[in-house]
Design a protein around this ligand. Sequence first.
Ligand code: ATP
Ligand code: MG
Ligand code: MG
Ligand code: MG
Length: 443
Amino acid sequence: PTKLRVSEAFLDAQVGEKVRIQGWVRSFRPQKQNLFLHVNDGSSLKSLQVIAPAAMNDPLLGFGCAVEVRGILKKSPHSKQPVELEAEQIWVIGECNPVDFPFKIKERHSLEYIRQFLHLRCRTNAFSSLLRIRSEATAAVHSYFKNNGFLLVHTPTITSNDCEGAGELFQVEPPGTTFANEGSFFSVPVYLTVSGQLHLEVMSGAFPRVYTFGPTFRAENSQSRRHLAEFFMVEAEISFTESIEDLTKVWKTAASDFTIISAYIFLSPLHLKDTLDDMLRKSFPVITYTEAIDILKRSSETFTFPTDWGCDLMTEHEKFLVKHCGNIPVFVTDYPHDLKPFYARDNQDHPKHTAAAVDLLVPGVGELSGGSLREERLDLLRSRLGECGLEDTYSWYLDLRRFGSVPHGGFGLGFERYLQCILGVDNIKDVIPFPRFSHSCLL
Ligand code: ATP
Ligand code: MG
Ligand code: MG
Ligand code: MG
């Protein structure tokens, strides 16, 4: 008999044919005359109903086990499923002891519960659906950038610079003494990348639209619901960008566009789609950091940590601002210069010392994305690097301003935070297959 993927069984073409399928048992109901099982093989979310005479029951058959079924594919008399498989033979390929298996038939387990079993998590409907959305959203990100003239650049994982200067670096060095005579392997201290931005800026000297999408690493000393030690970041850099408005336009379109692509494919049965639709159709409000602080100060009694001009926004502040602006994404612009890394462009004409830096805050998570115009003026950048004691380390970066510098800017968007936002998932550890955080690197 023809081997079918379960998704193909629903295409009708094989009705009346003798076929075989392989997959895992997602439900199992032995009755007096017949056995009813649902078999899913991961080819889609759908499971195929299998009906077998009760005599075919096998003590090893049950929820979670792997099976091969041979039989005739029939039109189903019930409207719930269009086709069903009338089994002639069932083999248990891999048994599954129901006592030891952490997931129970007909039980709805919380994401927190299934997270305890990272190696088995994808066997649940909840997590396997999430992985499908993650995969689709990844493709949507690449297709947005491809369709909009961006060049994909593979920025390095190992680097000698600390782009953000936030002191969250993981240092890399081979163990032992293999290279003892030569000092350290690279002769300079090297780290896992915290952001690909500086490397993108190198490329933006020749390609006006570049992006990267890969893992980034930060030694976050936090058990927060929105920080991981390894997370994926979507970063874009655009040359000949002179204003924050130019930048936020691309940024909003990008975030909306890849959400729309992934949402329409996977979220359509969920109410989330309407909420997203509603959110993305509107233009996102834009407020300055100074306005944001005024708003927050008027409600200072609401916060555990009241804030003042010059302080970085904390999650509670960010979530409050999103609600205040109508529970849709909001851009906060012109942060204090001192809060942002050395490369952010100085707003010299502002009365307060600010930088042309923007954060995109979204419902559920707060900061989803951060970006800025980059300081493209050689003299200003040089003196800023001098203040930070970094002039020697970044002489190559100064060269970018020395040879054909242009106004440019870009943003970095945390892919897991993005998934949290579109799916309404509370904990970031539940939107990545293998979460890494302090004191935890299982598997
Ligand atoms: P936060 O203020 O939340 O710590 P950040 O300002 O330090 O974030 P950026 O350097 O602006 O982060 O990085 C760009 C984006 O990467 C952030 O807007 C966020 O979406 C994501 N991001 C940053 N750190 C993490 C992390 N530890 N885990 C997951 N995503 C992160
Ligand atoms: Mg941070
Ligand atoms: Mg931040
Ligand atoms: Mg940021």
